[in-house]
Design a protein around this ligand. Structure first.
Ligand SMILES: Nc1nc2c(ncn2[C@@H]2O[C@H](COP(=O)(O)OP(=O)(O)OP(=O)(O)O)[C@@H](O)[C@H]2O)c(=O)[nH]1
Length: 315
C-alpha cells in the first residue's frame, strides 16, 4: 500500500479553514477523504458546520493538536488506518495551533510513516486581519512561515493594493510557499492536493528548530470559553452585546449556533474580530431542545462577565 497523503489545513482564528474544508469535500475530486477536525473549546462547533458527506470525520475537541491532544491525534490516525477505506487524510487544526508539531507527528512516528506521508501544509489567511494577528501572536506568524500553500483569503474585503503589499509581507516570512488569492477559500484543488509539496529542508531553512520544538511553544494566553443556553436570545440585544464586547475586549473569534426568539430556524453566528454575521440555518426539529451554543476565544477574557452579559440578552 502506498502511504496516504496528509494535508494540514491551518491558519489563524476565523481565516476560513472550515470554509476550505467544506469547499474541498463538496468538489468532484475523486478522493475518499478521512478528516480530523480539532477544536480548542469544550463545545465543538466546527464539526457541526462541516456539511456531512460520506467521508469519515473524526472530531478531537477540548485541546490543541499541537500540544494537549497530540496523543489523541496519533491514536486517531492509527484507528483510521486500521479501519481503512480512505485515500487522503485532511486535518483541520484549531486557529491557535502551531502546525509544526502536527506535521512532525507524520515525520517522527515510525508506526505512522508506512501508512501516511505529509503532502502539504495549507495556511489560510484572513487578508483583512492577518497583519494585526501577526503583530499580536507568534502563532499567526508561525502558521504563515510553515505553509507550503498560502491562501490569501477574503479578497472581497481588501483592495488589490492591500493584497499586493500583504503578499510582499508574507513573502518575507515564507520565501518558498506557493501563494493563491481566494474568495471563500475557493482554491483550485488540482493545485493544492496531492502535490508532494511538503519540503522539510524549506521548513528547516525558515525555522532551524522545526524538528525540536515539541511542546516548546505555548499559547496559554489565548483562552476559549463555551456557553450553552436553553432560553432563546433577543437578537438585537445579542448583536449589540457582541459588538460592544469586541470593542472593549480582545476577542479574536466567536462562533456558534443561536436560538432566536420567535424564529423557527436555528441561526449560525460568526465573529472574527469586529466583523459579525448571523445567518439562518436549518429549522429546529420538533423534539429538539433549542439550545444556543457559543464559543468565545481571545485574551484576558472574563468568563463570568461574558456569561452574565449573555444572560441579559436572553428573551
Ligand atoms: N467576507 C468573507 N468572509 C469569509 C470568506 N471566507 C470565509 N469567510 C467567513 O469567515 C468566517 C470564518 O470562517 P471559517 O471557515 O469558520 O474560519 P475558520 O478558520 O475555520 O475559523 P476557526 O476554526 O474558528 O479558527 C465565516 O463567517 C465565513 O463565512 C471570504 O472569502 N470572504
Amino acid at each position: 500500500m502506498n502511504p496516504v497523503p496528509v494535508t494540514i489545513l491551518t491558519g489563524f482564528l476565523g481565516a476560513g479553514k472550515t470554509t476550505l474544508l467544506n469547499y474541498i469535500l463538496k468538489q468532484n475530486h475523486g478522493y475518499k477523504f478521512a478528516v480530523i477536525i480539532n477544536e480548542v473549546g469544550r463545545i465543538g462547533i466546527d464539526g457541526a458546520l462541516v456539511e456531512k458527506t460520506s467521508d469519515d470525520i473524526l472530531e478531537l475537541s477540548n485541546g490543541c493538536l499541537c500540544c494537549t491532544v497530540r496523543k489523541d491525534l496519533v491514536k486517531g490516525v492509527q484507528n483510521l488506518v486500521k479501519k481503512g477505506g480512505f485515500d487522503y487524510l485532511l486535518i483541520e487544526t484549531t486557529g491557535i495551533a502551531d502546525p509544526g508539531p502536527v506535521a512532525q507527528t507524520f515525520l517522527n512516528i515510525p508506526a505512522l510513516q508506512q501508512f501516511v506521508r505529509m503532502d502539504s501544509i495549507i495556511t489560510v489567511v484572513d487578508s483583512e486581519q492577518i497583519e494585526k494577528q501577526m503583530k499580536e501572536t507568534e502563532t499567526a506568524r508561525e502558521q504563515v512561515a510553515m505553509a507550503d500553500f498560502l491562501l490569501l483569503n477574503k479578497t472581497d474585503l481588501v483592495s488589490a493594493e492591500h493584497l499586493a503589499k500583504l503578499e510582499a509581507k508574507v513573502r518575507e516570512l515564507n520565501p518558498h510557499a506557493t501563494i493563491f488569492h481566494t474568495n471563500q477559500s475557493q482554491a483550485n484543488l488540482k493545485e493544492i492536493l496531492d502535490m508532494n509539496a511538503f519540503k522539510l529542508d524549506h521548513k528547516l531553512s525558515v525555522d532551524p528548530e522545526f524538528l525540536n520544538e515539541l511542546n516548546a511553544r505555548h499559547h496559554h494566553d489565548i483562552q476559549s470559553f463555551s456557553f450553552e443556553f436553553d432560553k432563546p436570545f433577543n437578537v438585537e440585544k445579542f448583536e449589540f452585546f457582541v459588538q460592544k464586547l469586541s470593542e472593549n475586549e480582545k476577542v479574536y473569534r466567536s462562533k456558534g449556533f443561536i436560538s432566536i426568539a420567535g424564529n423557527p430556524r436555528r441561526a449560525i453566528f460568526h465573529g472574527v474580530n469586529n466583523r459579525f454575521t448571523i445567518m439562518w440555518d436549518r429549522l429546529w426539529e420538533k423534539d429538539e431542545t433549542r439550545a444556543s451554543q457559543l464559543v468565545f476565544i481571545g485574551k484576558q477574557l472574563d468568563d463570568k462577565k461574558i456569561r452574565a452579559e449573555l444572560e441579559k440578552c436572553l428573551a
